[in-house]
Design a protein around this ligand. Structure first.
Ligand code: LLP
Length: 385
């Protein structure tokens, strides 16, 4: 993977920038289609919040995945990339009226609804337009996930979803609304999950809830289990494609489906995480009292994950074959948290070297900000270089 990078081309581009390996992305998508395709009724939606770069989106659309949006802006972006509206699911705790209107007008597949006030507004807008909106309810399953506290979402204390106790009431309310078509249930317990037991816990909870609904004569056409499958940040070269086989097999083995039911997935990180890297240039090597700093031109404004979640992105010096030395890899932003990694081993670094921060395809470019009046990084895909 790293040996094939177009380094000479990289030297001509303004740093920092994101680089996406289109072949790895295609291989990942192929694996997803193969593994999910083993089970009838399984549909994968790409969670566009992970990366909305149009060049990346077009490759994903070519593979035929559906899409998961959380804002009107995302709906506009995926329509621009060519995704069909009837493959869009639209989630989010605080949808604005214009976003609901956009969803209804463009004919999206389904709204994932997170509260009664939201249901009432969707109904009102749909009735005004003489239309019906398909709706799944996001249920908070109170299932924890073994991941960073900032990215767990399925606990009762989190702001997401409708409490399990309120589920039947909300569904019967929806069934009385002329602008609403009840379709099923939606869940999402968190992100960067590597323990299949967490997904088993979710499947077991869904089974319980389905039994409860069945006893009341309520049938769900759609079960949406959200996303969350993690990637290997420590050894990206050894594990460039996540373990989709185990992931889909886990749901197949533990989720009890009723005839006619379809299962929907909303995968973000596992689709695009490993195909992307942030390329940055070394501005200075600074020898301090106890430390040696490699100061690069990318900062937390380009890749915020280390500062926000203590995340680790493996760093590689692409342009040096020198002996390994120990560095703190830091950016130029005026914040002490602007540190990519501490005490890491890199081939001897000098000014002008290109450093790659790996596994940065998900929640990288899309979370970039203009803090310190910084330019947003460009994103290039291998097909165009
Ligand atoms: N569905 C829902 C309802 C979600 O909230 C999310 C992610 C996904 C699907 C996609 O999850 P994935 O397959 O990517 O794990 N910025 C954080 C991650 C935030 C995830 C938010 N929700 C990070 O950089 O780690």
């Amino acid at each position: 993977m790293l040996s094939k990078l177009p380094i000479d081309k990289f030297r001509t581009l303004r740093t920092p920038f994101y680089y996406y390996d289109a072949n790895l992305l295609r291989q990942t998508l192929h694996t997803i289609n193969d593994e999910a395709g083993k089970y009838p009724g399984y549909h994968v939606h790409y969670a566009v919040k992970a990366n909305a770069n149009l060049k990346v989106l077009r490759v994903i659309n070519d593979a035929g995945l559906g899409i998961d949006c959380v804002s009107g802006g995302e709906i506009e972006q995926v329509l621009k990339a060519g995704f069909p509206a009837d493959k869009i699911v639209f989630a989010g705790v605080g949808k604005s009226d214009w976003e609901i209107e956009l969803g209804i007008d463009s004919g999206i597949f389904c709204f994932n609804v997170e509260s009664i006030p939201e249901l009432q507004i969707i109904n009102q807008i749909a009735v005004q337009k003489g239309k019906k909106a398909n709706v799944c309810f996001r249920i908070n399953p109170n299932v924890g996930a073994h991941t960073h506290a900032n990215i767990t979402t399925g606990l009762a204390e989190n702001k997401f979803g409708i409490a399990m106790d309120d589920m039947e009431g909300v569904i019967s309310l929806a069934k009385q609304m002329s602008g609403i078509e009840f379709k099923g249930l939606h869940f999402h317990i968190g992100s960067q999950i590597l323990e299949m037991d967490d997904f088993i816990a979710l499947a077991n909870r869904i089974n319980e809830l389905q039994d409860r609904l069945e006893a009341r004569g309520i049938f769900c056409e759609i079960i949406n289990v959200g996303g969350g499958l993690g990637i290997d940040y420590n050894n990206p070269e050894a594990n460039p494609v996540p373990n989709f086989r185990d992931y889909f097999a886990t749901y197949h083995n533990h989720l009890q489906l009723r005839p006619g039911q379809s299962v929907h997935f909303e995968l973000g990180r596992s689709v695009v995480g490993q195909c992307g890297m942030l390329i940055t240039k070394v501005n200075f090597v600074k020898q301090a009292t106890y430390k040696q700093f490699a100061i690069v031109d990318a900062g937390m404004t380009d890749l915020i994950r280390p500062a926000l979640y203590d995340a680790h992105h493996k760093a590689v010096n692409l342009t040096s074959k020198g002996e390994k030395e120990t560095y703190d890899l830091v950016g130029p932003i005026c914040e002490s948290s602007d540190v990519f990694d501490k005490d890491i081993q890199l081939s001897a670094v000098s000014r002008g070297d290109l450093i790659a921060l790996l596994s940065a395809g998900a929640y990288g470019e899309i979370m970039a900000s203009g803090y310190n009046c910084r330019r947003l990084p460009e994103g290039y895909i291998s097909d165009e270089l």
